[in-house]
Design a protein around this ligand. Structure first.
Ligand SMILES: Nc1nc2c(ncn2[C@@H]2O[C@H](COP(=O)(O)OP(=O)(O)OP(=O)(O)O)[C@@H](O)[C@H]2O)c(=O)[nH]1
Ligand SMILES: [Mg+2]
Ligand SMILES: [Zn+2]
Ligand SMILES: [Zn+2]
Length: 412
């Protein structure tokens, strides 16, 4: 049983009547979602595959786009009979791009999380590690399963993220601009079992859509059309900031850390300018007046904190491991938020915090490390990938989405 989540104050979340396609980000009325014939299987008769032109256009090639036909039908309980062959089907497809919309996605509120940050901020590495954490340690802790919604997501996660980084321990290549070819989001269904003391266990589901943007594409105002739609559809934003890019952080870095850029080198890639461009895009969609804060929650995370001198972290909240098990520890949250704010100000990057406070109704600061150590020679450091607090931004967002309780262990 899935329960509709409360959507109080959360914009963009698909309403009861509309869903946002996680592939083309079109907003479509539920009754417009198409069905796709199940085709021939074994000895049962069904429609033969034909070239699906809308899908081929989306994928940029006819390869893999020959499938049994789609058709419109009102459908009952998510099923309809194919008008051509009469076989019942429960397979759904987006009316715009014809990508499969898994039943679970149609039934659960989809939350599109936009992951943005300058070139080299650590976005791709973060996606690889965050998903792995959710499928393993953090998933267990939350009593949650993370399941890919389609085969392409499984394949792409393995090929582009898990195999190179986690198995072969090679750093990921720079993400190619979306202008060079179609790029697809990774679509997962996160299902949490919640056990009340006196109530029956209940499952809450959330479709999690992650899109790995190329920092390159966020440098200019001419963002691609797909990016624009992705940002416009976002229900939450994770904004990654590389502390090595903050000139003021230089003195706080380990000697082994790469030398930070010269300030003013490439103003387009400065964190503040990247977030300002994203913010402008969001403003157009939400139609807010300039002084009015945007309602989309923004998690701002300093990446690569393994490169900071231990002295900086010793007294710090960031130094502790998160204690919560299946809950969001709000005391810890406040302490980390304060700590990162102090670091930003110390590094003359307080502007970033001030700007976010002015533009967004709800932003929170984080510090994390996806790799857990400084890489060497294009490879992950000797100890392997040892993420640290990588899940924090997502836990906060789950809390915001009403899927994770917040507690104050201090009891206030
Ligand atoms: N020390 C340390 N370095 C990291 C970490 N994560 C990423 N890096 C370094 O940052 C580099 C860039 O990481 P990516 O994940 O490719 O960055 P990106 O934001 O996807 O970059 P683009 O695709 O160009 O936009 C990596 O090659 C690593 O050298 C981390 O947790 N710790
Ligand atoms: Mg990348
Ligand atoms: Zn058919
Ligand atoms: Zn679509």
């Amino acid at each position: 049983m899935t329960r509709p989540l409360s959507r109080v104050g959360l914009p963009g979340a698909s309403s009861r009547h509309e869903i946002t396609c996680p592939y083309c980000f079109a907003s479509v009325a539920r009754q417009r979602v198409l069905f796709r014939c199940r085709g021939q299987a074994g000895r049962t008769q069904g429609c033969a595959p034909v070239l699906d032109e809308a899908l081929a256009a989306y994928m940029g090639s006819p390869a893999g786009a020959s499938l049994p036909p789609v058709f419109a039908a009102s459908g009952r309980k998510g099923r309809a009979d194919c008008p051509a062959c009469g076989r019942p089907t429960g397979n759904r497809a987006c009316p715009e791009c014809h990508n499969p919309l898994p039943a679970a996605y149609c039934d659960s509120p989809g939350r599109i999380v936009a992951l943005v940050g300058a070139k080299n901020a650590g976005k791709s590495t973060y996606i690889a590690v965050l998903l792995h954490e959710l499928m393993n340690r953090v998933g267990t802790e939350l009593d949650a399963s993370l399941v890919a919604c389609d085969d392409r997501t499984i394949e792409r996660y393995k090929r582009d993220f898990a195999r190179p980084l986690l198995e072969q321990r090679r750093l990921l290549p720079t993400t190619a601009s979306a202008a060079t070819g179609p790029r697809e989001p990774l679509v997962y269904l996160l299902t949490r079992t919640r056990r009340g003391r006196f109530t029956r266990a209940r499952n809450d589901s959330l479709a999690l859509v992650l899109f790995d943007t190329a920092g390159e594409d966020l440098r200019s105002r001419e963002v691609t059309d797909l990016h624009l739609r992705y940002l416009e559809a976002a229900d939450a934003i994770i904004f990654l900031v590389d502390p090595l890019e903050l000139p003021g952080a230089r003195t706080g870095l380990l000697d082994a850390a790469p030398v930070p850029r010269v300030p003013g080198d490439d103003p387009d890639s400065e964190p503040l300018n990247v977030i300002a461009r994203v913010t402008e895009t969001l403003r157009q969609r939400h139609g807010t007046r300039p002084g009015e804060p945007l309602p989309v929650p923004v998690a701002v995370a300093l990446t690569k904190i393994d490169a900071l001198r231990p002295a900086l972290l010793r007294q710090s909240a960031l130094h502790r491991s998160r204690s919560g098990a299946g809950v969001l520890d709000l005391d810890d949250r406040d302490a980390v938020d304060e700590q990162v704010r102090a670091l930003l100000h110390e590094w003359q990057a307080g502007q970033l915090d001030t700007y976010l406070g002015q533009q967004y109704a709800d932003h929170a600061l984080f510090g994390l490390s996806a790799l857990g150590g400084i890489p060497e020679g294009g490879r992950v450091g000797a100890g392997g990938v040892r993420p640290y607090r990588a899940e924090d931004p997502l836990l906060w967002l789950l809390h915001r989405f009403g899927m994770l309780d917040g507690v104050r262990p201090g009891g206030s």
